[in-house]
Design a protein around this ligand. Structure first.
Ligand code: IPD
Length: 262
């Protein structure tokens, strides 16, 4: 992505962020409690889809809230609000997550939290930055000095024992556990060295499209539970992300409980 396009898209996402303040939330439940969509999600999607389609008609558009959209080899991937449950509760940890995918790889990513005005960006091969100035680096803390995040598949609850048992094992080994409950922000926090690692058993490509690039450009590593690269063409996946020092220990903890049916 060239400088002109970078500036244009970052500005567009920041404009979209204003919609998070202006809208009546008009909360709707999608499939179950905890699976929300709000008018903010829809307005942010409509705004970005229109603007991006107009300026870049050759690039497809794949979005969480657009059931007719799908993965292609050259597409924008958007989660209009990652952390919708937080938004619904006025817990201001959420962000617009937009990435540009080419041949199943993220080549540009932006995660913008309009409430804190923190804007994380990354271009493949050119580093990750906070608010355009602070170069991001993962921390060098080992597990015994680490903060670890996890997602608990809150909508589903069937894997509660597995998720919390993994977290309990890690809790005994690390400084503490955090639950921010937004995959996109979790990945940015790893990139910025605020936390050291994160795992979740069920995420979608729009949740991690931008954040995965943030982590890799900051020197970290993201895989699925088996240690494979994440595949954007799949509708969902497991995820482990970290500073590269804690990843193996997270994977070991996951494997103590994963697939045991608890
Ligand atoms: C969700 C958040 C949450 C994660 C879920 C995601 P949404 O995205 O990232 O942290 O646990 O797996 O689906 O629904 O708020 O866009």
């Amino acid at each position: 992505m060239n400088k002109q396009d970078y500036v244009y898209v970052v500005d567009l996402v920041k404009q979209a962020g204003k919609l998070a303040f202006q809208m009546d939330l008009d909360i709707k439940i999608k499939e179950c409690i905890g699976d929300f969509v709000t008018q903010v999600d829809i307005s942010v999607m409509n705004f970005l889809r229109d603007k991006l389609n107009e300026k870049y008609p050759e690039i497809d558009f794949y979005c969480e809230e657009d059931p007719d959209s799908h993965y292609t080899d050259y597409c924008w991937i958007l989660d209009p609000i990652d952390g919708t449950t937080n938004l619904v509760h006025g817990y201001r940890q959420c962000g617009i997550s937009l990435a540009l995918l080419k041949d199943n790889e993220s080549i540009f990513g932006i995660v913008y939290n309009p409430f804190t005005d923190e804007c994380f960006t990354a271009i493949k091969g050119k580093g990750a930055y906070l608010n355009g100035t602070k170069r991001l680096h993962v921390s060098d803390r080992p597990l015994n000095l680490a903060l670890i995040e996890f997602g608990a598949e809150s909508n589903i609850k069937t894997h509660a024992d597995m998720n919390f048992n993994i977290a309990k094992d890690l809790f005994r080994e690390c400084v503490d556990i955090r639950r921010l409950c937004t995959t996109a922000m979790n990945l940015c926090y790893i990139a910025d060295g605020r936390i050291e690692g994160y795992f979740e058993g069920y995420v979608h490509p729009w949740d991690f499209g931008a954040g995965i690039l943030m982590v890799s450009e900051a020197g970290g590593i993201t895989t699925d539970f088996e240690g494979n690269n994440l595949d954007f063409s799949k509708p969902s996946t497991t995820i482990i992300s970290g500073n590269g020092i804690v990843n193996q220990q997270i994977q070991d903890a996951v494997w103590q409980h994963y697939n045991k049916g608890n």
